[in-house]
Design a protein around this ligand. Structure first.
Ligand SMILES: [Zn+2]
Length: 225
């Protein structure tokens, strides 16, 4: 099958069809654990409370033998900023295999990341997608600066700035940077659902939820939006 034909077929596939595509080496291992979106969110909230309170459960990040190579079954996907102070596994006190994480500056919904989230939802069966902003986000500050100056940053820095600006440019005068950070998180979450028929198709069944939140660098706590 040539690539163009193959691409057409994938683009035309329903969520159910895509879920059946055998992504070699990456599909769920064994019987899938059924976790509702509400249960997935509850796990993340409990994990964040442990993390913020300094009660992290010890986890093994050393090579785990042959079992993980048979597949993965994460219960949630996270779209977070690439900020070095933001570590989803630590924030939610999760173990290897629990979270499918997509990261970039400003936790923006762009094509490769969106395709990755589609993969997590349709092929791996995550129950929840979390768009996670954070306080003191430089990508949002840069976007606010571009709105003020009317100029985009050079080279490829504009790639995330121009995807943040539409969500925050109509905030009322006097808004805070934290307002813009929260608005960006909810805006990017809406883009994840609105731009992906695969993801919106699964959310309509109730098997997948999409939420957004802001991680506080100082508190260690996620404020859910
Ligand atoms: Zn950031």
């Amino acid at each position: 099958m040539d690539l163009s034909r193959r691409r057409f077929m994938i683009l035309g596939a329903s969520a159910a069809t895509l879920a059946a595509i055998p992504f070699a080496g990456a599909t769920a291992a064994g019987a899938a654990e059924l976790v509702s979106p509400a249960e997935a969110l509850k796990r993340l909230k409990l994990g964040n409370t442990r993390s913020a309170n300094g009660n992290l459960v010890a986890k093994n990040y050393s090579p785990l033998g042959s079992t993980p190579a048979k597949g993965q079954k994460p219960f949630a996907a996270i779209l977070s900023c690439g900020d070095s102070r933001v570590n989803p596994d630590n924030i939610f006190d999760t173990a290897p295999g629990n979270l499918f994480v997509v990261r970039n500056a400003g936790n923006v919904c762009e094509d490769v990341g969106l395709g990755s989230l589609e993969f997590a939802a349709a092929a791996l069966g995550v129950s929840l997608i979390v768009v996670l902003g954070h306080t003191h986000c430089g990508a949002v500050v840069a976007s606010e600066n571009s709105i003020k100056t009317g100029e985009l940053p050079p080279t490829h820095l504009d790639a995330f700035v121009e995807r943040i600006i539409p969500g925050i440019e109509n905030l009322p005068p006097g808004h805070t940077t934290n307002d813009a950070i929260a608005t960006n998180a909810t805006y990017q979450a809406s883009r994840v659902e609105n731009r992906s028929s695969i993801i919106s198709g699964i959310t309509s069944t109730g098997k997948l939820g999409i939420v957004s939140g802001v991680y506080g660098l100082a508190s260690g706590r996620v404020t859910w939006l």
